[in-house]
Design a protein around this ligand. Structure first.
Ligand code: ADP
Length: 246
């Protein structure tokens, strides 16, 4: 289980997270929605300490981290946490000089110290799973955005994380390529992968989420099952956001 308690984060004078608490049960999907600038990406980046919170706590399984202003989390805890989380970015962030196969092998060899043969075997399995077995030897520039993002998902999966974090995984894609990426994420959800997803795709959110969080101004406005948040909210600010995007 993942638990976040009373998380605060500021950038200089700008308070971006103002006390966020949530839990994600194993095998469940949490989707974070909300207006631009509400703190969604910052919250997601706190899950693997790409941003270090100023206050609050984060629990992942048996690992608990407490944050205090000025207190530094030991580097080995940061690394340990990162090994247990996989991140998929908006802009794929593949290694440009490595093939699809090389990208999916890399973390397994360097972080997990697997043998090349083992890493290759798992990489082929994962590329097959995301529908790209025939692109194993292609370099990122030879792949469409949707294909690159599917390689990025395979790469994030390769190190067997306890949770996958997605930061607007389809927002850099041409509309016709969005579906193929969402399909892969849905498949992972149906297989019981624990995931936290920031997205603007509301239909997808309704479809894939076990729980939705609607953020605004650094706080959680609404939190609950998709139909509760998307259809039955009475919060005026939540309604304003939902009406604007529907
Ligand atoms: P969202 O994902 O909801 O659009 P973000 O978490 O990206 O929101 O950003 C929330 C606010 O924090 C924005 O005002 C953004 O400009 C600011 N912000 C995000 N990252 C940084 C940073 N590294 N330095 C300064 N300000 C930042």
């Amino acid at each position: 289980m993942i638990e976040i308690r009373d998380l605060h984060k500021s950038f200089g004078p700008l308070q971006v997270l103002k006390g966020v608490s949530l839990t994600v049960e194993p095998g469940k999907v949490l989707v974070i929605i909300g207006p631009s600038g509400s703190g969604k990406t910052t919250l997601l980046r706190c899950f693997n300490l790409l941003e270090q919170p100023d206050r609050g706590s984060l629990t992942l399984g048996d690992m608990k981290l407490e944050f205090t202003a000025g207190g530094k989390i030991p580097q080995r805890s940061v690394l340990a946490l990162r090994q247990r989380t996989g991140m998929v970015f908006q802009s794929y962030n593949l290694f440009p000089h490595m093939t699809a196969l090389g990208n999916v092998m890399e973390g397994q060899v360097t972080v997990q110290k697997r043998s090349k043969e083992e890493a290759r075997k798992r990489a082929v399995e994962l590329l097959t799973k995301v529908g790209l077995a025939d692109k194993a030897d292609a370099y990122p520039h030879q792949l469409s955005g949707g294909q690159q993002q599917r390689v990025a998902i395979a790469r994030a999966m390769a190190v067997e994380p306890e949770v996958l974090l997605f930061d607007e995984p389809t927002s850099a894609l041409d509309p016709e390529l969005v579906g193929e990426v969402l399909k892969v994420i849905k498949q992972l959800a149906s297989e019981g992968m624990t995931m936290v997803i920031v997205t603007h795709e509301m239909k997808f959110a309704a479809d894939v989420a076990d729980q939705i969080i609607l953020m605004d101004g650094g706080v959680i406005l609404e939190q609950g099952r998709p139909e509760q948040v998307l259809e039955h909210t009475t919060n005026p600010r939540a309604l304003q956001f939902l009406n604007r995007i529907s």
